[in-house]
Design a binder for this molecule. Structure first.
Ligand code: SAH
Length: 255
């Protein structure tokens, strides 16, 4: 393989996306970073299979935010990254999915850049894309949608985000929600009030791309009730829209 990677300099921080869980979805760039780093600060969503790829002499530290679980505030994470870089480490900050997709990547990178710490960003495959695919749901289909929206299910303060639900419902046939579980009932109500149909197909995928993956198919009208009866838990995404119907044909492509 003839790919030239940049040198991981001592005293720098590489902020990499690890994808949604399946180690096979790690990019070559992120894999290279894992081999070169001497300390990895990973968030709660990075799978054990991926952490196991780090060389044995590499130190692993868990530091990440997770809904419902006591987690370090963002400033503590940045301070830790800065301190390790200043000690001369090759610091890999490894995050689930893509660092810039609801991942606070810029919030971690910018304070480091302001302290003149060299930072490199390595994109990853986001859960909304690979997670949908592994459930057999294409986020777009030539005949069904020309727009895809990725929406977070809660904002920084834990509330349903102040999106323009009318505009979202009318303009985006396929909507993928990250962190949908806490306010699933409100998301359902907002979409129905904004004109989406209760028979519209929806899919919840939890622990997507891992061997714990679970999928729940329903309609916009019945998904909350179905979820109550299931054992599906976070991390999960919710996909709303006509491409969900294709999963019956495509799901076998990922097992
Ligand atoms: N930066 C990440 C998203 C972080 S926000 C990315 O690009 O994927 C955390 C949310 O991502 C979770 O609450 C969930 O909605 C989603 N998520 C991450 N990994 C997931 C997985 N393996 N399966 C389902 N959802 C996942």
């Amino acid at each position: 393989m003839n790919i030239s990677f940049p040198e991981f300099q001592a005293g720098s921080v590489w902020l990499a996306g690890a994808g949604p869980g399946d180690a096979k979805l790690l990019t070559l760039y992120a894999y290279h970073a894992l081999q070169q780093a001497n300390i990895i600060i990973h968030d709660a969503l990075v799978s054990q299979d991926i952490l196991a790829l780090a060389p044995s002499q590499c130190r692993l530290e868990s530091m990440g935010k997770r809904g419902g679980i006591k987690s370090p505030v963002q400033g503590e994470i940045t301070a830790r990254l800065a301190a390790l870089a200043k000690q001369g480490h090759k610091v890999l900050r490894l995050k689930g999915g893509d660092p810039f997709v609801f991942g606070r990547g810029a919030e971690e990178a910018i304070p480091l850049i302001k302290q003149n710490i060299p930072v490199r960003i390595i994109p990853g495959i986001s859960a909304g894309i690979a997670g949908s695919a592994y459930a057999g749901v294409p986020v777009s289909d030539g005949k069904l949608n020309q727009v895809i929206s990725f929406v977070t299910g809660h904002d920084k303060s834990g509330q349903v985000p102040a999106v323009n639900w009318q505009a979202l419902a009318q303009s985006s046939p396929v909507i993928v929600f990250y962190m949908p579980m806490k306010h699933l009932d409100k998301i359902q109500q907002e979409l129905l009030s904004a004109g989406r149909h209760e028979d519209e197909p929806v899919c919840i995928v939890s622990n997507a791309t891992t061997d714990q993956q679970k999928k729940l198919i329903g309609t916009l009208g019945d998904i909350c009730k179905k979820l109550e009866k299931s054992d599906i838990k976070s991390p999960a995404i919710l996909i709303v829209g006509p491409t969900v119907d294709l999963s019956s044909l495509l799901q076998g492509c990922f097992t």
